[in-house]
Design a protein around this ligand. Structure first.
Ligand SMILES: Nc1ncnc2c1ncn2[C@@H]1O[C@H](COP(=O)(O)OP(=O)(O)OP(=O)(O)O)[C@@H](O)[C@H]1O
Ligand SMILES: [Mg+2]
Length: 239
C-alpha cells in the first residue's frame, strides 16, 4: 500500500533522513521505533507532504502503486492518507463534535477502501466522545484528545493512518484502550504506520517494526524479535 524509496530530508544543511526505504502492506500495522531525534516525525511529515515548509526532500513515495511525491498535503489526504500529529491538533475552542466535523470526508480511490466513518460509528467506537460531544477541546484529558484525533481522521475515510506517538504520556489503562482501538481500526481494513517508543505495547499491537537511527532504517524486526530484545531496545531508546 505504501512504498517509500530512498527518502532523504534536510532542515537547511542538516540532513534528518538518509535514504529511508520502507513499505507497509495493506491491512498491516507497522511501527517506527527510534531514539529522540532519530527522524521519526520528519518521516511522517514527509509522507504527508508537510516537510516542504522546513526544507528539501529527495526520494519517492507511492500509495497503492501511484507516486504521490510532490503532491500537496490536501491531495494526499484525498488519496487516503490521514495524519495524527504528536500534538494531536485538537482545536481548543471547538467542541468535540465540531472537531470531528471539521475535515472534509473523502471516498479514497473508490476501489473498496474503507468508507468514511459516520458520526454514529465514531460514537459507537469511542463512547467517551459521545459523552463529551459538547465539551470544548480544552476540557478533554490527554487520552480523550488522542481518541478525538484518531476518530477525526477515520471520519475522513483515510485508509492509511500515520500516527505520531499516540500513547505518549498516557496512563497504562488508556494505552490499553488505544491498543484496542488500533486493533479495531485494523479489523475495519485501515492500514497504520505508527511511531511508538513503548516497544512492549508495539509488539502487542503491530505486525512488524522498523528501527530508525540517525535518519536511517537500521533494522527491520518482527514481534518475536522485539519481545526477545525488549530489554536491550528499551535501554537503547533510553527509556
Ligand atoms: N523544525 C526543525 N528545524 C530544524 N531541525 C529540526 C526540526 N525538527 C526536527 N529537526 C531535527 O531533525 C532531526 C529529526 O527530528 P524528528 O523530530 O524527526 O525526530 P523524532 O525521531 O521524531 O524525535 P522524538 O522522539 O523526539 O519525537 C533531529 O536532529 C531534530 O533536531
Ligand atoms: Mg517525533
Amino acid at each position: 500500500m505504501l512504498r517509500v524509496d530512498g527518502l532523504s530530508a534536510w532542515y537547511g544543511d542538516a540532513q534528518a533522513l538518509r535514504e529511508v526505504s520502507i513499505r507497509v502492506d495493506e491491512g498491516e500495522i507497522v511501527t517506527l521505533i527510534g531514539r529522540n531525534g532519530a527522524g521519526k516525525t520528519t518521516l511522517l511529515r514527509c509522507l504527508m507532504g508537510l516537510h516542504d515548509t522546513y526544507g528539501r526532500t529527495a526520494g519517492t513515495v507511492s500509495l497503492s502503486g501511484e507516486e504521490i511525491t510532490g503532491l500537496a498535503p490536501h491531495r494526499r489526504a484525498r488519496s487516503g492518507l490521514g495524519f495524527v500529529p504528536d500534538d494531536r491538533g485538537v482545536y481548543a475552542t471547538l467542541s468535540v463534535e465540531e472537531n470531528l466535523m471539521l475535515p472534509p470526508m473523502h471516498k479514497a480511490g473508490g476501489t473498496g477502501g474503507p468508507e468514511p466513518w459516520s458520526l454514529e460509528r465514531v460514537y459507537e467506537t469511542f463512547p467517551k466522545l459521545r459523552e463529551r460531544r459538547r465539551f470544548p477541546g480544552t476540557k478533554l484529558s490527554g487520552g480523550e484528545q488522542q481518541m478525538l484525533a484518531l476518530a477525526r481522521v477515520l471520519r475522513t475515510g483515510a485508509r492509511l493512518l500515520l500516527c505520531d506517538e499516540p500513547t505518549e504520556g498516557l496512563s497504562p489503562l488508556i494505552v490499553q484502550q488505544i491498543g484496542d482501538i488500533l486493533r479495531e481500526v485494523k479489523a475495519a481494513g485501515v492500514t497504520v504506520l505508527l511511531i511508538e517508543q513503548n516497544v512492549h505495547f508495539a509488539a502487542t499491537v503491530a505486525d512488524r517494526h522498523y528501527l530508525l537511527a540517525e535518519g536511517r532504517v537500521v533494522e527491520s524486526l518482527d514481534n518475536d524479535q522485539v519481545r526477545e530484545r525488549e530489554h536491550e531496545l528499551l535501554g537503547y531508546l533510553g527509556i
